[in-house]
Design a protein around this ligand. Structure first.
Ligand code: GAL
Length: 360
């Protein structure tokens, strides 16, 4: 009996020790995993879990896998073919301020990859745009770099910043910041030409955004070339697409966080000259771009002429919960840009590139 008791007690001690050690390792593993979670996910009280969306619902709260509205504004989406993944970059308007990144396989469901660049002591950090440099296997982010201060002080430096990362999910490291060829620069848009592999930035420029200029970037996308022209367009949030040899530029006017009627322009060369055709938003009762401001035009790979209008519904302030307005862009047979309101839609609206002609 005594032996048995001792053995039982001994086993009890070992079992207890095992439980303590297992709990400790689980705790350490959990802490390490939590330390790698995106900042917003840590702050969110909701558990991380994949979403199951099958459509876009413009202007409606759109949650990431952290259960809160996707806090990624004024940015752009890229598709990295080698990773078969979409990455969405934008302003992280919550804390910490800087660039947010979300990843997705289908454009509907997004995983929060965290803040990939903390703005640190940069006063104003807005409208980040990322391009993948396939030749050098790195990710280059351009953004509106500005100062601190109130009463417009956060917008007087008027520079562009450039940051680089080896991974799509950061961290992006600031390389330089300056005015492009000496011109003021605030809102920016990016256009990457898949045929020439050249990248261009459209930017709200001099005299406090009274015009838009387009600058061609160097071959490594890290600096400006001298090819930089005033394209005589106005004013902010520029997005560019190219269809059938025609460039379409979409812009907003200049009214801060308050939406206004957009305008589209066309040109046969990216540097212009551009012709103004007014608003492409059809049936826009509020005359305010369906209560949104453009930030980018995303060409969906694998579909014919599939362009998505990406806009922010700022609701009078650049808040983390500002909604997203994603809508398909149509280029009509007459060559005009049209954006119609859809309460809900999905990618089946577009024609797949590999779709075979119907059999009779
Ligand atoms: C908007 C601009 C935003 C932000 C805001 C500040 O016109 O598009 O990116 O700068 O003004 O008021």
């Amino acid at each position: 009996m005594k032996r048995m008791k001792i053995k039982t007690e001994h086993l009890g001690y070992r079992a207890t020790l095992k439980i303590v050690l297992t709990s400790l390792s689980l705790f350490l593993l959990y802490s390490a995993a939590m330390a790698q979670q995106p900042a917003t996910a840590q702050q969110s009280a909701k558990p991380l879990q994949p979403t199951n969306f099958t459509s876009f619902k413009p202007g409606v709260e759109w949650d990431g896998n952290d259960g809160v509205n996707i806090d990624c504004h004024g940015g752009n989406i890229i598709y990295v073919d080698s990773l078969k993944t979409f990455y969405w970059y934008g302003e992280h308007r919550g804390l910490p301020h800087g660039a947010a990144c979300y990843s997705s396989k289908d454009l509907y469901n997004w995983k929060n990859e965290g803040v990939v660049m903390d703005k640190g002591n940069i006063g104003t950090f807005e409208r980040p745009k990322v391009i993948y440099d396939a030749a050098n296997k790195r990710y280059v982010m351009w953004f509106h770099y500005d100062g601190n201060g109130t009463g417009g002080g956060g917008y007087t430096l008027a520079e562009m910043g450039v940051a680089v990362s080896d991974s799509p999910t950061g961290p992006f490291v600031l390389k330089a910041h300056s005015r492009p060829n000496g011109h003021e620069s605030r809102d920016i848009g990016m256009y990457f030409d898949p045929e020439t592999k050249k990248a261009y930035i459209g930017y709200a420029a001099d005299h406090t955004n009274k015009t838009i200029r387009v600058v061609e970037l160097s071959a490594d996308y890290l600096s400006f070339t001298a090819n930089d022209v005033d394209i005589n367009a106005h004013c902010e949030g520029p997005g560019i697409l190219k269809k059938g040899g025609v460039f379409y530029l979409l812009t907003s006017q200049c009214s801060g966080w308050t939406p206004n009627p957009g305008a589209f322009y066309t040109a046969s060369a990216i540097m212009g000259p551009y012709t103004d055709y007014g608003s492409p938003f059809i049936g826009d009762a509020g005359n305010n771009s369906f209560n949104s401001q453009p930030c980018y035009i995303f060409k969906v790979p694998g579909y014919k002429d599939a362009y998505i209008y990406m806009g922010d519904r700022w609701n009078g302030g650049g808040r983390p919960e500002s909604q997203h307005v994603f809508l398909p862009i149509t280029i009509t047979a007459a060559g005009k840009m049209e954006i119609h309101w859809l309460k809900e839609w999905d990618l089946s609206i577009f024609t797949p590139e590999n779709k075979r002609p119907q059999r009779r």
